[in-house]
Each structure stands twice: as C-alpha cells, then as structure tokens.
Design a protein around this ligand. Structure first.
Ligand code: CO
Length: 250
C-alpha cells in the first residue's frame, strides 16, 4: 500500500532530509586518499547522532554499520572496514539513512578519491543526471514506470548497465515502503504518481554490464564484470507542482 503523507509528515521528512544532506556534505569532504571506510562510517554515525537522529541502516537486517561504503566495482552495501584504505583514483559510493522524530530519509552520493579518470568522473556525473532525468517525470499524473524508463534511457546513451536486482522504494515511517521504484524500463505502467507520495529514487549504474553478484559477506554487491559502479539517491516528495528533493540542500 502506498501511503500519502500529510503536510505535517512531509515537514518532518524535510527535517530528516536536511540533516542527511548535511551529513553527506561533511562525509564528502573527508573522502581523500589514506582515509579508511571505517573512519567514514564512524564520522557518519557521530554526525547523525549529533543531530539527534538515528542511523537507520545500523542493524537493519543485521547490517553492521551506519554508512554503506562501496568502492569502485562495489555497487551498494559495502561494509566499512579499517582495512579498506581509499587510494587516489578510487570512487566511493556513500549511502546513508536517518530517522528523525520517527521519519526516515535515505540518500546516496558517489565521490571521487583524489584525481580520478575522466571515465570514472563521467560515470559519477551521468549517474547523478539519471536521477535528475527521473525527477523530471516525478510529477502528479505520470506513472511510476516512467522513472525507470527515464533512468534507462539516459544511462543507455553511454553504454552503461542499469542495475536491476536492486531498486528504489517508498519511504516514510519505514525505510522501505511501497512502491518499488525500478531504474529500468518496464511494460507495466504501475500506479499514478500523486501529491504526498514520498520516494527514494536511486539509480545504480555500472560502467559495464548491468549484472551484479553478492560477495561472501552476504552484503556487498559488486558488478559481475568488475567495472566501476556509481549510486546517486535522494528522498523526494511528489507535489501538485514540481517535485521537492528532501535530502539535498545545494
Ligand atoms: Co534507498
């Protein structure tokens, strides 16, 4: 069941989103060669708690950290580790979720570690653009499947693979609510988008093929062909006019 949030609920999600946006900005600043993903996770948890929020990923289905840190060919759900030291040329996707006053926000960014290849930078930029192409159809009266079509159409321009095994989602008093938000073209139109729906739209894009596999830790998802992968996600709300991005401040 897709829930329609009240003005009051959206205000609380706006608060959560603002804090999460701030956390991402701070974490982005610390992404540098020599930093471990463990340090990023600790800083992320500290920032989230300092704002009086709860890191929603910690212990979610047993996930052992607050910030998913996925490096290079890791698509999502990389587990922070003291042994994972970032090096020049890496890219890192940071995914974080917060609960503030009972409401969730979920967002991800992919950052460059030092100087990266133009190809890697393009992957990061176009993955973000996939989100904005999707956002353009996130207005009342469009169908849910237009989001995936928009992402796939944009990613295809560059020969990128759109990850299919993981999808975006509704969000609110739970991290994952209905509906599932696929990032690929689907025949079934799905529900009409309506004012008050809150969604986590999150394209996950591989430089190579779309195929992924799960690692032995049962969490880390990597691209099957070893190609780099990027992730960009925001929590948004559908309105009667333009959609509002709740987890982005600038
Ligand atoms: Co999400």
């Amino acid at each position: 069941m897709i829930t329609i949030k009240s003005t009051r609920e959206i205000e609380l999600m706006r608060e959560a989103g603002k804090i999460l946006a701030e956390v991402h900005e701070r974490l982005g600043e610390m992404v540098k060669p020599g930093v471990t993903t463990w340090e990023i996770d600790k800083k992320g948890e500290e920032l989230i708690r300092k704002h009086g929020c709860i890191p929603s990923f910690l212990n979610y289905n047993g996930y052992p950290a607050s910030i998913c840190c996925s490096v290079n060919d890791e698509v999502v759900h990389g587990i922070p580790s003291k042994k994972r030291i970032l090096k020049e040329g890496d890219i890192i996707s940071l995914d974080a979720g917060v609960i503030c006053k009972g409401y969730h926000s979920d967002a991800a960014r992919t950052w460059a570690v030092g100087k990266i290849s133009p190809e890697a930078q393009k992957l990061i930029d176009e993955t973000k653009e996939c989100f904005f192409k999707a956002l353009a159809v996130c207005t009342a009266g469009h169908h849910l499947n237009e989001i995936g079509a928009a992402v796939e159409d944009h990613a295809s321009l560059f020969g990128y693979g759109v990850v299919r095994e993981l999808v975006g989602h509704g969000i609110g008093t739970s991290l994952h609510e209905d509906p599932e938000v696929a990032n690929f073209r689907q025949h079934k139109k799905g529900p009409l988008l309506q004012a008050g729906m809150t969604l986590a739209v999150e394209p996950m894009i591989n430089m190579g093929t779309h195929e992924v596999r799960w690692c032995d830790d049962n969490w880390t998802v990597v691209s099957k062909d070893g190609s780099m992968s990027a992730h960009y996600e925001n929590t948004i709300v559908i309105t009667d006019g333009e959609p509002e991005i709740l987890s982005l401040t600038r």
